[in-house]
Design a protein around this ligand. Structure first.
Ligand SMILES: [Cu+2]
Length: 472
């Protein structure tokens, strides 16, 4: 066990980089330098330079927090602070997060590691961190008021425990959670197995991200924190399509994707072109007898699902939440359905009153992607993204798994659009169109009208006699 004196001696060489006036320089001198990241691109995996070796994960549009080894203890420094997150190119949200980003950096450790987490609060209110899914001493569990005093603004508190179980976990505040999670405070935690694990297969590519949701009014920057259900931005690691990076893999790679849900609803996550197995939850690896092929897995609120698959089909495969409203960006939910309504007569009358009136969605919503409608500043179009064949009418929780045979091992660079082999793309029929062979019935109805002799039928309704007429 480390004494306080040993700790300060070991930490003496590291200089502090935090400029916050609220944090005392003397106290900071002993802290690991907090690493700050302000870019929203997917950072390459962080190969461990110290401690036990492991195969690192790639955080989608995120990064892994470097650590310092201090006499056998892995020390990390998280700084809770307001951040500006680019949710998609040109669209910025004012969120709260950790170390410059929302979500915060991924924490990666190895089963059995002793971990010391320094958490500095640069928010205007108190906070705490709960280490979702971990086995740890009760006093390290992070529920403010229950397990610890809240971390006051300007203060730093220390959590220390052994990462006992391998798996995928999450971290988030457990103090004014409604506000702080609606503002984007969360991160992923991966504990790699120590050596070979009977239920954890080795993979070539390992991705991790969190499902999160925001309610940012078009033209504004800060999420509305009181929203319970009607979020208008459904994001992966606080990014929305087309701002979510593709998951780039090499053909025949064994691929793992770890998905945690910190929104207020469930998300059925769907992969095209392959089947996967659910190989883990935040409770740890699943027994092999419970695994069967799926193409969609529901990730409920407060859950993590880890899926493994063999990427043996080349192409650009859609990967998205199957709730169709979650693959849309900011929109008004009170737009009535106009499909099939002929507006021509009405529009003229309305434009007499409202010269700018415009008919929307008469033939569906796809028009919206082509319409160059003026949007308020700092607003992402409802559906965006361009593919090799035109607009991809998607937003929100949507990305692409790009499987390429010539992708180098460990290369995560976007290879561009898939080049389809000749004759493998859906094509237009240009021959003659035969009349559809409809069922020939009387009156030309598609359903045969059965001629029955008309007869008056008296319907008798028998009311139950008194209460509880039916015997139990
Ligand atoms: Cu969803």
């Amino acid at each position: 066990m480390l004494t306080r004196r040993d700790f300060f001696r070991g930490a003496g060489a590291v200089t502090a980089a935090v400029t916050a006036a609220s944090v005392s320089k003397v106290a900071m001198a002993a802290l690991p330098e907090p690493v700050i990241q302000t870019k929203a691109e997917t950072m390459p995996p962080l190969t461990p330079a110290s401690g036990r070796p492991y195969n690192p994960v790639v955080t989608l549009n995120g990064w892994t927090l470097p650590w310092r080894m201090n006499q056998g203890v892995k020390e990390f420094h998280l700084v809770a602070e307001p951040v500006v997150r680019e949710m998609s190119p040109g669209f910025r949200a004012h969120l709260w997060g950790y170390n410059g980003q929302s979500p915060g950096p991924t924490i990666e450790v190895v089963e059995g590691d002793r971990v010391r987490m320094f958490v500095t609060n640069k928010l205007p209110e108190h906070t705490s961190i709960h280490w979702h899914g971990q086995r740890l001493p009760n006093g390290m569990d992070g529920v403010a008021g229950l397990n610890q005093k809240a971390i006051q603004p300007g203060k730093t508190m220390v959590y220390e425990f052994v990462a006992r179980r391998p798996g995928t976990f999450m971290y988030h505040p457990h103090a004014d959670e409604m506000t702080q999670m609606a503002m984007g405070m969360m991160g992923s935690w991966v504990t790699h197995p120590k050596g070979k694990h009977p239920l954890i297969d080795e993979v070539d590519r390992d991705f991790v991200f969190l499902l999160n949701a925001y309610d940012v009014d078009p033209g504004s920057y800060t999420p509305k924190i009181m929203t319970m259900m009607d979020f208008n931005l459904w994001s992966w690691n606080s990014r929305i399509f087309p701002g979510i990076d593709p998951l780039v893999v090499r053909k025949n790679d064994k691929v793992r994707i770890r998905i945690g849900n910190l929104t207020m609803t469930n998300h059925p996550i769907h992969l095209h072109g392959h089947e996967f197995l659910v190989t883990g939850t935040d409770g740890g690896p699943t027994p092999r007898s419970t695994r069967w092929p799926e193409v969609t897995t529901d990730v409920a609120v407060g859950q993590m699902r880890q899926v493994d698959f063999l990427a043996d089909e080349e192409g650009d495969w859609a990967f998205h939440c199957h709730k169709s409203h979650h693959t849309m960006n900011a929109m008004g939910h009170d737009v009535p359905t106009m499909i099939g309504i002929d507006h021509r007569g009405v529009v003229k009358q309305i434009t007499n009153l409202l010269p700018d009136y415009m008919v929307m969605a008469e033939r569906g919503m796809a028009d919206m992607t082509e319409m160059e409608m003026p949007l308020p500043d700092n607003t992402e179009p409802m559906m965006g993204g361009h593919g090799p064949f035109g607009s991809v009418e998607m937003g929100g929780m949507f990305s692409i798994v790009k499987v390429r045979k010539d992708q180098k091992p460990g290369d995560y660079k976007d290879p561009g659009w898939y080049q389809h082999p000749q004759g493998t793309v859906a094509f237009e029929w240009t021959g003659p169109l035969a009349d559809p062979a409809r069922f020939q019935a009387e009156g030309g109805l598609s359903m045969p009208a059965k001629k029955l002799p008309m007869k008056n039928v008296e319907v008798q309704v028998r009311k139950p006699a008194g209460h509880g007429g039916r015997k139990q």
